[in-house]
Design a protein around this ligand. Structure first.
Ligand SMILES: [Zn+2]
Ligand SMILES: [Zn+2]
Ligand SMILES: [Zn+2]
Length: 214
């Protein structure tokens, strides 16, 4: 039971990474279009990116000071001294943090690191290069979801209802309901990811060019 909860907490935490990266793909598409339409790749363009803001939410969560992320939003641990009992923590280490940060880096507080869109200025060349280098991170995140879903399905009473496509579908639904800036192109990118997974192809073969195709 505890293991099942832990997998659910880990999956929940990956939702914001996927949203953040989907927005980066949207920006990449625009940078690529600018790159094609002009020779000047040192021109700058401003776009909204997702940043994590430490915001008061009123509900108790376990947050990592080092990663600046919420590891368990809406945690039910009643006291600071009991933080180690949070299901995200195993043997004093966080199973949600990318580098399995120590429990000492974590705070139990009524704040969460929330995704917020903020304007940033880039040069086209800078953005294209940095994103092409980081695309592998996106594939790694999707792969992690895949692994967690399979593990969860093996422990679930109804494993048939769990799928990576269903997980992505849930993010698309939230994105479309929240209607934050750029939600339409973001929804399109995520739909392409879902359809790709639906075909059963290997996630590592998913090309960035496929995601920005019209
Ligand atoms: Zn951390
Ligand atoms: Zn917890
Ligand atoms: Zn953590």
């Amino acid at each position: 039971m505890v293991a099942r909860h832990r997998l659910q907490i880990q999956l929940k935490a990956l939702e914001s990474s996927i949203m953040e990266q989907a927005q980066r793909i949207v920006n990449y598409k625009i940078a690529k279009e600018l790159e094609h339409s002009t020779e000047k790749t040192d021109q700058s363009f401003s776009k909204k990116v997702y940043v994590y803001k430490h915001q008061h939410t009123g509900r108790t969560s376990i947050n990592c000071r080092s990663c600046k992320r919420t590891c368990h939003g809406g945690c039910w641990v009643p006291l600071d001294v009991l933080t180690w009992t949070c299901e995200s923590i195993v043997d004093g280490k966080c199973t949600v943090c990318e580098n399995n940060c120590s429990i000492k880096d974590h705070d139990r507080e009524k704040y969460e690191y929330m995704l917020t869109l903020e304007k940033r200025v880039f040069t086209v060349a800078e953005f294209v290069k940095s994103f092409e280098e980081s695309f592998l991170e996106f594939l790694k995140t999707i792969n992690k979801v895949n692994v967690l879903i399979k593990e969860l399905a093996s422990k679930a009473l109804r494993p048939d209802v769990l799928s990576t496509q269903g997980y992505i579908e849930h993010i698309i639904k939230e994105n479309n309901e929240e209607k934050q800036e750029d939600y339409e192109p973001r929804g399109k990118v995520l739909t392409k990811v879902r359809d790709y997974i639906d075909k059963g192809d290997l996630i590592w073969n998913l090309k960035l060019s496929h995601l920005i195709k019209k």
